[in-house]
Design a protein around this ligand. Structure first.
Ligand code: ADP
Length: 521
């Protein structure tokens, strides 16, 4: 079967072989299994349903929320000789009728529809009268309330599937699904977790860097000047920040554009075109820029502010290097950006539970900035794919050649202090106690009497906070109540205490002499 599929790949698309992951997914579908494919943007999801569609008797319905992309997809398929069409709100009544007549006449093999079409009973019945072999649910995370783009109409898909006389095969595809979104998709579409494939998240041509403590504007200006005539995107969190950064860079004589939802539609499409056609080097934008933009030669993506979570980050950063050429992704990290993101979460109308969830995801993003592991591996593991065989060798952490030193003693001081403060406080207060601060809150709480008080007095408070961030990122400490985070020891920390496991860190910490670790507990 897979050989037949590869022949089709060759015949229609001119590619010699499937990419990693595509083959397994297509094989699973052709064996008659409802399948969930989780692949990064640019990973080649479309082929995963387009090739099986060609090998099946009936029609494949593709449900996609990206109306602006449907036409491109259909044009691309038509250009290689695959008959397809789309049905969405952009069509006039006459066009719609013509298309439905052609569908009925069996002209099309693949039909793209917007999810909202399923809300129409007439259309629903129309589909049921067709010979549908497969329903492919693109951007499948839209079915989950936990996803970042919930579409209520997606919930109708399951009803539809089970109303057909013969149930069509179901394929769900997405680029961004956390474990809970994955299990939601499986449950809501009745796909077995065994038929879930998470694949190809590593983007080998991208280099990931997290830069701390730099003047962001200077850094960006220098970076753009050092990479003349290269296309780049700079993401900032708010419209105001986009406006200000844009002004600043423009005054510095750089060819920049800007894009955010506060601009008129005309301005936005004008800026976007200029960037797409290389008349602007750099686009300064909020996250409103990007959905559906397929500019392949973006050489760098800089995050001026911390993104709200790893999914958003990877999707935005992933707009670099779609052509497979080497490209760079840089996060300019500043601690106060965490507050900005928290503020933005607070401003939303989300329920309490969803807000807590967003705080948690923000923390995972912060952890990514503090880890010393390979960033690419960290991201791939976050998405539930097994860690690659080897680290990327290119990211800032892989390139960091400082030798690792044993920081177990320092870590035990931190753990002990947190324990003695009954695991009820955040990192600032813990750091102040370890520093031996005379802050009023500390004396009020009587913390100056703790045996861990001033144990780390030779370090600055910032060094202690940074070290705590490292322990969080590496999973030794966890944060409960993500809104006002409280530090707790995790099982991993307990292993260090009980089983005397050691912790290594790259940075040089000034290790204080203390008699024996055991006395701390
Ligand atoms: P996604 O939908 O996952 O973002 P696409 O389906 O648009 O990605 O594919 C991204 C690019 O990769 C497209 O240009 C596509 O033609 C190309 N592509 C997909 N599969 C293969 C393959 N097996 N070999 C070579 N190129 C491929």
């Amino acid at each position: 079967m897979i050989q037949l599929a590869e022949n089709k790949l060759n015949e229609y698309f001119g590619y010699s072989s499937f990419r990693k992951g595509q083959e397994e997914i297509i094989d699973n579908v052709l064996n008659g299994n409802d399948t969930l494919a989780i692949m990064p943007t640019g990973g080649g999801k479309s082929i995963c349903y387009q090739i099986p569609a060609l090998l099946m008797d009936g029609i494949t319905i593709v449900i996609s929320p990206l109306i602006s992309l449907m036409k491109d997809q259909v044009d691309a398929l038509t250009s290689v000789g695959i008959s397809s069409t789309y049905i969405n709100s952009s069509l006039s009544a006459t066009e719609l009728n013509e298309r439905l007549t052609a569908v009925r006449a069996g002209v099309y093999k693949i039909i793209y529809i917007a999810p909202e079409r399923l809300d129409s009973q007439v259309f629903h019945s129309f589909l049921l009268s067709m010979n549908v072999s497969m329903v492919a649910v693109d951007e499948a995370h839209c079915i989950s309330q936990w996803g970042h783009d919930f579409r209520p109409s997606y919930r109708r898909i399951k009803e539809l599937i089970y109303e057909f006389e013969q149930k069509p095969l179901v394929m769900a595809l997405t680029a961004t699904a956390t474990r809970e979104v994955t299990s939601d998709i499986c449950q809501l579409l009745n796909i077995s977790e065994l038929n879930t494939f998470v694949t190809g998240f590593a983007r080998e041509n991208l280099t990931f860097n997290v830069i701390k403590g730099e003047n962001k504007r200077d850094y960006i200006t220098k970076y753009i000047k050092a990479n003349p005539d290269q296309a780049g995107i700079i993401y900032a969190s708010t419209r105001k920040e986009v406006d200000e950064l844009y002004q600043y860079l423009k005054k510095s004589g750089l060819k920049v554009g800007k894009y955010h939802a506060g601009l008129s539609e005309q301005e936005r499409s004008d800026q976007q075109d200029q960037f797409l056609f290389d008349r602007l080097d750099v686009m300064v934008a909020t996250n409103a820029f990007g959905m559906g933009i397929n500019k392949s030669n973006v050489r760098y993506v800089i995050h001026h502010n911390l993104p709200k979570n790893i999914e958003a980050y990877y999707q935005e950063a992933g707009r670099a290097g779609r052509d497979g050429e080497k490209s760079e992704c840089i996060i300019l990290f500043a601690g106060h950006d965490i507050q900005l993101q928290k503020f933005l979460i607070e401003q939303t109308t989300l329920s309490h539970d969803k807000k807590m969830h967003e705080y948690q995801k923000l923390q995972q993003m912060v952890d990514l900035c503090h880890t010393e592991k390979c960033i690419q591996s960290y991201i791939v593991e976050y998405f539930g794919e097994n860690s690659p065989d080897s680290d990327c060798g290119k990211c800032i952490n892989c390139r960091d050649t400082r030798s690792k030193i044993d920081v177990t003693t320092d870590a035990l001081m931190v753990f002990s202090c947190i324990k003695r403060m009954n695991e009820r406080f955040g990192k600032t207060l813990v750091a102040q106690v370890l520093k031996g601060s005379k802050n009023k809150r500390i004396t009020q709480m009587g913390f100056e009497k703790l045996s861990t008080y001033s144990l780390m007095k030779h370090k600055t408070e910032k060094q202690i906070v940074d070290f705590i961030d490292f322990l969080i990122a590496e999973g030794y400490l966890s944060l409960t109540n993500a809104q006002y985070p409280v530090l707790e020891l995790s099982n991993k920390a307990r292993q260090v205490i009980v089983e005397k496991q050691q912790i290594y860190k790259k940075e040089q910490m000034i290790i204080q002499a203390i008699e024996a670790n055991d006395t701390l507990f």
